[in-house]
Design a protein around this ligand. Structure first.
Ligand SMILES: Nc1ncnc2c1ncn2[C@@H]1O[C@H](COP(=O)(O)OP(=O)(O)OP(=O)(O)O)[C@@H](O)[C@H]1O
Ligand SMILES: [Mg+2]
Length: 368
């Protein structure tokens, strides 16, 4: 009898153990996120063709930030007016990352810069450049969202920060891209939350670790339109800039660059025979690439709008449309100057290229 009681007691204890384990497991608020991260990281490893790589749970979360060349539609050819910068990025980032044998030196003078900064006013193509780099570099590209590091569910930001660097080293050659890097690393302030401060410090120290190890082919690529928030040699904390020795200023496009951008953007449009590029370039002074894109988009809509209006009933329904044979007239220069219910071309220019942009440019002049 007493043996029976002992066996029953043992069984009940085992059952209790599993019940408690199950309840605790189902109470874990991160359970779903961890599962998701694990599934995503397995998928990423599969796409990278890597088997049997041991990763901890933080590294699995970071792995979900990896993006692949075939997921990106932008390439260098679609970027107008930035050829010298693209060439320089190739020579200083892609080649040292992907052809290390060319850059071997005893003193470690040659090799990958551990940090590269793209800075300039909004809409000039910084993010676009980084995306194209991701597509064309052949290196693993981690598109690091700061929100991933600070997600309150994941917590433990420091462990995630160290996972960023450990994953990057495991998957090297690797580019860690941080868009709007000013928001993440801006000058450390006394008002920073303690956790944020510690996270930044950890990031800075691991980043510094890269610079002392010549064999790691990992690079941090940052983009910002507020370069002065992350410091300047003369007036603020130089620690961040020091880690990004390669800095590319991307300014508002000049005439030649605007022509280049417009030609790319309008390349598949049906233009009138004597389309006046010169005038368009002259009238878009101080436009950014993004302003030019909007202007082209609005203009391209005009012939389509005319067509739709000529084929619609007074009630607004479209009739007689043959999708295979739509007779839409070519785009004219004057289409760029048709006012609509939003803002016209000149308003857009003054909005985006007004004093704030000029100040921004002046500020950038002081960065180096
Ligand atoms: N040089 C360029 N050539 C072609 N398109 C461009 C160029 N610059 C900007 N564009 C267009 O403008 C859009 C916005 O550019 P992008 O997002 O790269 O700007 P950004 O410099 O990162 O701006 P922000 O500082 O506001 O983030 C691009 O998607 C692209 O369509
Ligand atoms: Mg951007």
């Amino acid at each position: 009898m007493s043996r029976m009681a002992t066996v029953l007691f043992a069984i009940s204890q085992v059952a209790l153990y599993f019940a408690v384990k199950f309840i605790l497991g189902s109470l874990d608020p991160m359970k779903d996120k961890k599962k998701e991260a694990k599934a995503k990281s397995n998928e990423v490893l599969g796409k990278l063709g890597i088997k049997d790589m041991k990763l901890n749970e933080y590294e699995e979360i970071i792995l979900s930030e990896v993006i692949f060349a075939n997921e990106i539609s932008v390439n260098f050819k679609q970027i107008g007016g930035l050829d010298p910068i693209i060439q320089s990025l190739r020579e200083s980032v892609i080649y040292p990352l992907c052809y290390p044998q060319l850059f071997k030196s005893q003193s470690g003078l040659l090799g990958v810069p551990k940090g590269v900064l793209l800075y300039g006013p909004p809409g000039v193509g910084k993010t676009m450049l980084a995306k194209a780099l991701a597509r064309e570099s052949g290196a693993t590209f981690i598109n690091l969202h700061v929100s991933t590091l600070t997600d309150k569910w994941f917590g433990e930001s420091n462990k995630l920060v160290s996972a960023v660097f450990s994953v990057a080293k495991k998957l090297q050659p690797c580019i860690i891209f941080i868009d709007e890097i000013d928001a993440f690393l801006r000058e450390r302030r006394s008002s920073d939350h303690e956790v944020t401060g510690m996270m930044k410090a950890e990031f800075m120290s691991l980043w510094d670790g890269l610079t002392t190890d010549d064999n790691t082919r990992v690079i941090v690529l940052g983009a910002t339109n507020r370069p002065n928030d992350i410091g300047s040699r003369f007036i603020k904390d130089y620690a961040i800039l020091r880690r990004m020795p390669k800095r590319f200023a991307i300014r508002l496009p000049n005439e030649e660059q605007r022509r280049n951008i417009l030609e790319i953007m309008l390349s598949d449009q049906n233009l009138e025979p004597d389309f006046d590029y010169d005038q368009l370039v002259a009238r878009t002074n101080s436009y950014s690439g993004s302003d030019l894109k909007e202007a082209c988009r609005n203009a391209a809509m005009i012939p389509i709008r005319e067509y739709m209006r000529s084929h619609s009933t007074p009630e607004g329904e479209l009739t007689d449309i043959d999708p295979k044979n739509m007779n839409i007239r070519p785009l004219r220069f004057s289409d760029f100057f048709v006012p609509d219910c939003t803002t016209n071309l000149n308003d857009t220019a003054s909005n985006s290229a007004g004093s704030s942009k000029d100040n921004e440019i002046l500020e950038q002049e002081r960065l180096d």
